[in-house]
Design a protein around this ligand. Sequence first.
Ligand code: FAD
Length: 327
Amino acid sequence: MPKQRLSFEFFPPANPAAEARLRNTVDELAPFGPEFVSVTYGAGGTTRALTLETAKEIQADHGLTVAAHLTCVGAPRERILSTARNLADAGVREILALRGDPPKDQDRFLPQPGGFRNTCELVSALADIPGLRIRVSAYPDPHPDAAYAGADVDWLKRKLDAGAGSAITQFFFEAETYFRFRDTCQRAGIDAPIIPGILPIQNWETTRGFARRCGAHIPDWLDSAFRTALRDGNGRHDILAISVCTELCSELIDGGVEHLHFYTLNRPNLTREVIHALGLSPAGKNLGTERNSARSPDSRSKRDASGTWMPLNPSRSHAYQGLTSVH
Ligand SMILES: Cc1cc2nc3c(=O)[nH]c(=O)nc-3n(C[C@H](O)[C@H](O)[C@H](O)COP(=O)(O)OP(=O)(O)OC[C@H]3O[C@@H](n4cnc5c(N)ncnc54)[C@H](O)[C@@H]3O)c2cc1C
């Protein structure tokens, strides 16, 4: 089995307590040897200084490769490019280039006067800065701004053609959502890596809100499993979250994925438990040839003889049913 590569997303802390939580999260996850970690940029461009500071600190204090998120929102072109140059001078040479979410008082993206009008413009301007490695986002479930089916694939191709080298996906809940998107991208001539973004579910209601805003499809079986877990209490939410996320990652690995990017929300526990359940050692090496089948449910989808992915078994939530039967 090839070595799995890992990366983690963090957000910049807004106060001393959040700063301590982030530090603890980085300390807990750094031993897994991530290929890079990324630091988000607040909606509406609200955390520019904090993103810059946090990215530089993680790079300097932990020696990790950091990708700083940069968006087109809230600043003219020159200010955004000078932020990128400032990061590069401090050794932060990876940028996740995004259009960005609008500020709270706007319901859709409007370019700033003198600002980048879209992500492709940002990517091509960043590509002129020597030594920068540019990543972009990708959307396996349709982005709310997608004008037609397949628009996200066409737009991803344009972002890559503008100078990006790889993409990280928005989170999704079923492996076939990723595989379908990856296959469509391949058919469209995209050969850059498309790294799946994995969201360990810290809080089901918050996750539902995230999904509503970004267009991620919530399968009925998942909603029902989490509602049952919440009703039953006794920590079942987290046990279900670990099971579901482990199964998703396991299916992705079975389908040839070699890199997983975790949205940690600055909390290490679920991400760490999932990585352990997958059988990956802290050095980022595989523990053995088999993943930990005791913790990883066995209802993974498999390729059929023609090489296409068969639908997930809807009874995958049996992992949770097994847990309830403890009583
Ligand atoms: C991995 C990841 C990290 C993120 N980090 C942050 C962050 O740090 N800060 C933040 O504010 N937001 C972040 N976001 C959210 C992101 O900013 C929002 O989803 C935003 O609405 C779109 O930005 P984008 O760069 O992903 O969009 P794009 O890929 O540029 O656009 C999304 C889709 O909209 C359509 N579209 C957009 N512009 C055009 C156009 N000009 N012509 C035709 N179609 C168009 C396309 O269908 C496209 O696929 C992140 C998202 C992901 C997946």
